[in-house]
Design a protein around this ligand. Structure first.
Ligand code: ZN
Length: 238
């Protein structure tokens, strides 16, 4: 069965709400604006099964537009874990399609372990694996870099992932970083695009859920006017 965009959107929305990643209430955002909704996608990453599900859905959407990355790069800290889920989902799809051998499930088949690992650690196998990398802002810099001994080979096809795209600023910087390193950004993908269509990139942009969340200047906030006070998410216990 092929999932339609509408089915995907409602499925993703249900998951995000169920784990408290998408909340309704009265919030003070980092920008200083107020909103009746708040998105904290890291909450969904606590649950690898949901991370896998969202990544599988994203990979199907990428396949529709023939995006086949060799490396997935996400800006820290927002995309940390997410880039691993997406790379892992790309591997799963490739394994299914090419019936390549997999290291998954070997503990259930100990007799296959040695052979499978021996195959997997060959340079040609390692080179064909989809990699997951995070870009970080280091040393108080506003610019992203890729560190920790990780290098991108020239021409490598890179997918940039974000959890939530608000302005697209971070993703844009990572796209520029990848180009400057001689690799090839081929697409940007997010779980939620809340930019209201404002986030634009020089490469295709795919998201699982498009939202146009209303924000208000504090003095114009209808929720404040009705007497409630805004909660700063992450600053209290819940
Ligand atoms: Zn308010």
């Amino acid at each position: 069965m092929v999932l339609t965009s509408t089915t995907i959107e409602s499925t993703v929305g249900d998951v995000l709400k169920a784990v408290g990643a998408w909340r309704t209430g009265h919030f003070l955002l980092t920008s200083g604006l107020h909103s009746d909704q708040y998105m904290q996608c890291q909450r969904v990453m606590q649950y690898p099964q949901f991370g896998d599900l969202l990544a599988d859905l994203l990979v199907e959407k990428l396949a529709e537009i023939n995006v086949k990355p060799e490396v997935v790069v996400g800006p820290a800290l927002g995309a940390v874990h997410w880039e691993v889920f997406v790379a892992s989902a790309l591997e799963r799809k490739a394994l299914l399609e090419n019936s390549r051998s997999s290291l998954a499930g070997l503990l259930q088949r100990p007799e296959d372990t040695y052979k499978a690992v021996e195959q997997a650690i060959r340079p040609e196998s390692i080179n064909s694996m989809v990699k997951a990398v995070f870009a970080e802002r280091a040393g108080g810099s506003d610019e992203f870099s890729i560190r920790r001994g990780i290098e991108l080979d020239p021409g490598t096809k890179v997918l940039v992932v974000e959890d939530v795209t608000t302005t697209g600023g971070s993703a844009k910087k990572v796209v520029e970083l990848i180009s400057s390193l001689g690799a090839k950004p081929i697409a940007v993908a997010a779980i939620v695009d809340r930019s209201g269509g404002k986030a634009q990139f020089d490469v295709p942009f795919v998201s699982l859920l498009k939202l146009n969340l209303a924000t208000f200047q504090p003095e114009e906030c209808p929720l404040c006017k009705s007497g409630s006070s805004a909660e700063k998410p992450g600053s209290s216990k819940k």
